[in-house]
Design a protein around this ligand. Structure first.
Ligand SMILES: Cc1cc2nc3c(=O)[nH]c(=O)nc-3n(C[C@H](O)[C@H](O)[C@H](O)COP(=O)(O)OP(=O)(O)OC[C@H]3O[C@@H](n4cnc5c(N)ncnc54)[C@H](O)[C@@H]3O)c2cc1C
Length: 418
């Protein structure tokens, strides 16, 4: 059995671990990075649909506002390494970046691999030693952390950074090992939940036995207003943006963001406003005008002016108005029903898709037990945490990777301090 010794040991070669390892090494530490995959940054490669939305170009207040779970805990590390620092960091490494809609930052090449390559350059320039093996357990012997690898090798270091990610997309290596390591040092790990995840929803509300939500599979609504209500009819979430219908229910950016705010989903109803730019009154005026102008057209044809074609057959069933009915025959009540469906199409939400399909794991190492300035454990000196393993999560838009960069940088720098 071989034993290797370092100043700093980082577990996890994802976004947080790579920046932590490189930063500690830049500060003169002898660093080892332990990664179970044969490649580094496997999850990074699939971020932003392979384009890697590496940060959001905005100030610290906005970063905090976009971090609904434990955003306040992040304030210090966001100041220490902000999204402007992220941009400067990657630009200094030679990555050309661009800023798109909503301040989302991407590599100009649109290739996530370019981000990974720059991080690999960063750690190799700073002589970080990389060992591709899975850590099976860690123990503290006196002042040294000892990580046992699956091949029996032991790696020791004075400081340890746990950056092994969450539990989502386990095929990328993030299988929740960090929670086990944290617990073994006495840390509390909060309850897990899928976040930024699609939602299963099969039935319209009220139930209509003739049509189900998956009939809309493949339809993308670019500008939908959504509201989610709880069992008492109280609004619990409101947003506007792109919504996608799938074979199991609903997805798309507005739904992913909504999922961060949902828990049991018991009797939660999704209300979709298909015409968010028009008030009910304006819509009524427009319908009356259309019904008059095309009085001999049938209902189905009138709907072509109002809805995407995939939605029309579903809409007709839900409205209970005959597709063949002529515009001039449509009654006041039927017109009101049309407006109701256009402004408030209701779907019963069933449950969040499993954590494996979530962009983010909500829950993790309890932030109360981590120093927000240094990412050091308040329970075990010289033990640090970085990235998704911590109980912090944010919306889409580059905010989650910013959490990885900020906490990784803080942990890397702090563990290089005496
Ligand atoms: C499909 C998808 C798209 C996303 N797109 C974006 C986006 O565009 N922008 C954005 O901001 N966020 C995005 N995210 C979220 C973002 O990827 C994560 O927040 C971020 O990768 C977390 O980084 P991390 O370093 O903490 O963890 P990870 O990237 O999960 O890295 C952890 C690493 O630790 C290794 N590891 C785990 N256990 C062990 C062990 N026992 N021994 C050795 N190694 C171990 C793993 O193999 C893994 O490589 C996306 C997530 C997904 C799933």
């Amino acid at each position: 059995m071989s034993v290797k010794q370092f100043d700093v040991m980082v577990i996890g070669g994802g976004a947080a671990g790579l920046i932590a390892a490189g930063t500690a090494a830049t500060n003169g530490r002898h660093v080892v990075l332990l990664e179970k995959n044969p490649v580094l940054g496997k999850k990074l490669l699939i971020t932003g649909k392979g384009r890697c939305n590496l940060t959001n170009y905005c100030d610290v207040n906005e970063l905090v506002d976009n971090t609904p779970v434990n955003g306040k805990f992040m304030t210090n590390s966001f100041y220490r390494f902000s999204s402007y620092d992220t941009l400067a960091f990657f630009n200094d490494l030679g990555l050309v970046t661009k800023i798109e809609r909503g301040n989302r930052v991407f590599p100009e090449s649109d290739k996530a691999i370019d981000v990974v390559k720059k991080l690999m350059k960063y750690i190799s320039q700073n002589k970080v030693e990389v060992i591709h093996s899975s850590v099976s357990n860690i123990q503290l012997f006196g002042k040294l952390f000892a990580a046992k690898l699956i091949d029996g090798e032991v790696v020791r270091a004075e400081k340890l950074v746990i950056a092994s990610g969450g539990k989502s997309y386990p095929g990328t290596g993030s299988t929740g090992d960090g929670y086990k390591f944290a617990r073994s040092f006495g840390h509390k790990v909060t309850k897990f939940k899928s976040s930024l995840v699609p939602i299963e929803a099969m039935e319209f509300e009220p139930l209509n036995t003739r049509v189900r939500v998956p009939s809309l599979q493949g339809l993308a609504l670019k500008n939908a207003g959504i509201t989610i209500t709880d069992s008492n009819g109280k609004n619990i979430y409101e947003d506007f943006g792109e919504l996608l219908f799938t074979h199991f229910g609903v997805s798309g950016p507005v739904i992913l963001s909504a999922s961060s705010h949902l828990h049991t989903l018991e009797n939660n109803i999704l209300h979709i406003d298909l015409k968010p730019a028009l008030s009910e009154e304006t819509l009524d005026n427009r319908l009356q005008k259309e019904f008059k102008e095309y009085s001999n057209k049938n209902f189905q044809n009138i709907l072509k002016h109002l809805l995407p074609s995939k939605m029309i057959p579903v809409f007709i069933i839900l409205s209970q108005i005959s597709a063949e009915k002529k515009a001039h025959q449509i009654t006041h009540d039927e017109r009101m029903m049309t407006i109701k469906l256009l402004k408030d199409l209701t779907i019963k939400l069933d449950k969040l898709r499993p954590i494996q399909e979530a962009i983010i794991t909500s829950g993790g190492v309890d932030v109360k037990e981590i120093n927000p300035k240094t990412m050091e454990s308040k329970l075990v000196p010289n033990l640090f945490f970085a990235g998704e393993v911590i109980d912090v999560d944010a919306y889409t838009g580059g905010f989650n990777l910013q959490i990885a960069w900020s906490t990784g940088f803080c942990a890397g720098q702090s563990c290089a301090e005496d």
